[in-house]
Design a binder for this molecule. Structure first.
Ligand code: AP5
Ligand code: MG
Length: 214
């Protein structure tokens, strides 16, 4: 089973995808985690990300497919967070998966209002070491450091108000076309992401279980 999870910045893609990956033993792929790793040694990528821009799409696909080829070459049981987010990325991913005799089974679209994502992003914290996601209002760590690894909790550089504005703008300019394509391929499931984390997760678990049975 291969699943794409998409939605606006701060909609909870990472939060939900990580839980689903654990529950269903999926390989969790986060394009944001990959680019954050790349940015450590590449000032150009770092500068694009800090401003809230996107990595040029063709280049991004090369990074992603090369990473997946090394880390999840069977092209199955993967949950994709943050990639694809443009139609050309979707086409390339589909081609890669199908080239391995597999398919994309489901695309979960987390629908969350802009006001809500801005609120969530402004109180997000991330572990600088392992990338675990927290929120000072809704998803607190038990202490001052990461519960998982004891790492320092930081604000993402691209969570500044100016970068979030740009990220939302880029999201809004591209999402419609991707949604249309996923709908045409009969993969799209819209989920109300404007609810409490566990409530959303319960629905997603039910959804995946229904796909597993078929
Ligand atoms: P990426 O890291 O993918 O950023 P994004 O898409 O903007 O999404 P976020 O990670 O900000 O949000 P999320 O939906 O994962 O929410 P989260 O679970 O953290 O990409 C970063 C950058 O990398 C891009 O800007 C670009 O530069 C580059 N890049 C990546 N992919 C690319 C691509 N395909 N092409 C080109 N460039 C690419 O939740 C947010 C907060 O809310 C957290 O604090 C969480 O605890 C909390 N929360 C979650 N759910 C709930 C809830 N239901 N209720 C209350 N709080 C909640
Ligand atoms: Mg994320």
């Amino acid at each position: 089973m291969n699943i794409i999870i998409l939605g606006p910045p701060g909609s909870g893609k990472g939060t939900q995808a990580e839980k689903l990956a654990k529950k269903f033993s999926l390989f969790y792929f986060s394009s944001g985690t990959l680019t954050r790793e790349l940015s450590k040694n590449d000032p150009r990528i770092r500068a694009i990300m800090e401003k809230g821009g996107l990595i040029p799409s063709k280049e991004m696909s090369e990074y992603v497919l090369s990473y997946l080829g090394k880390n999840s070459p069977q092209a199955d049981n993967i949950i994709f967070d943050g990639y694809p987010r443009l139609v050309d990325q979707y086409d390339l991913l589909k081609k890669w998966v199908e080239g391995k005799g597999k398919k994309i089974d489901l695309a979960i679209f987390l629908e969350v209002s802009e006001a809500q994502v801005i609120k969530r992003i402004s109180s997000r914290r991330m572990c600088a070491q392992c990338g675990e996601i927290y929120n000072l209002a809704t998803n607190l760590p038990s202490g001052e450091v990461c519960d998982k690894c004891g790492g320092k909790l930081i604000r993402r550089k691209d969570d500044s108000p100016e970068s979030v504005k740009e990220r939302l703008f880029l999201y809004k300019s591209s999402i419609e076309k991707v949604i249309k394509k996923l709908d045409e391929d009969d993969l799209l499931q819209r989920v109300d992401g404007d609810r409490e984390i566990n409530e959303i997760q319960k629905d997603l678990v039910k959804l995946l279980e229904s796909y597993e049975r078929n």
